[in-house]
Ligand binder design. Structure first.
Ligand SMILES: [Zn+2]
Length: 221
């Protein structure tokens, strides 16, 4: 089924199209079913969900999930659309750096912890800067891979504000790498998405990268 709003957005996005990704329509199980699933995982880990220390755990885990995955209940497009305003001609770079980011990897459902840096070059309108942080948060509070999240944040800002350019850099460590599998600690993954002037104009990109402390080489992709 084609959504007219989505296909219109596709004409605006440059580069690979990774839209906000319509949240899949899934039938949510009841809280009781979710708690039962946690009890199953406790037994799978090898412990007794009936013992004193674990009795309240399924309920706490379910509540924690509501917080970790609150992003499924918010639309980041709405967030930006509601708040833009007239700018009096301001057309310099707007940079929000070191936004704390807490997400969960969609392959192992363990935390991805890091920070995001977001910039755009306004064209006629700006958005309250806290809204940029909220966009990061809404996408982070879903099951994610870092590459997709980076693109979704940039593409959403690009589509809604239609600025002269958008840049997003995410630096994060993945607990699926540090606590399991190859057990590599201290590894930080850096992803970036540059659109518009940040992609085409090396000096704009350099200015942004130096403002955030340049975790990347400055390549356009
Ligand atoms: Zn993982």
């Amino acid at each position: 089924m084609t959504h007219p709003k989505i296909s219109q957005a596709e004409t605006i996005v440059r580069g690979p199209v990774l839209l906000r990704g319509p949240v899949p329509a899934v039938a949510r199980p009841s809280r009781t079913e979710a708690e039962e699933a946690v009890r199953t995982l406790i037994r799978w880990a090898g412990d007794d969900p009936g013992r004193e220390g674990l009795v309240g755990t399924p309920e706490r885990v379910a509540r924690a999930y509501e917080e970790f995955f609150a992003g499924y209940r918010s639309d980041p497009v709405d967030l930006l659309t509601r708040t833009f305003e007239e700018t009096d001609g301001y057309d310099e770079m707007v940079v929000l750096k070191d936004i704390r980011l807490e997400s969960h990897c969609e392959h192992h459902m363990v935390p991805i912890i890091g920070k995001a840096h977001v910039a755009y070059l306004p064209r006629r309108r700006v958005v309250g800067i806290s809204k940029l942080a909220r966009v990061v948060e809404v996408y982070a509070r879903r099951l994610q891979i870092q590459e997709k999240m980076t693109a979704q944040i940039a593409n959403t800002i690009d589509q809604v504000l239609q600025p002269q350019g958008v840049a997003v850099v995410v630096e994060a460590s993945h607990q699926c790498m540090t606590t399991r599998g190859i057990h590599k600690t201290g590894v930080v993954m850096v992803t970036s998405r540059m659109l518009g002037a940040f992609r085409t104009d090396p000096s704009t990109r350099r200015e942004f990268l130096s403002m955030i402390g340049s975790p990347t080489s400055g390549r356009a992709d």
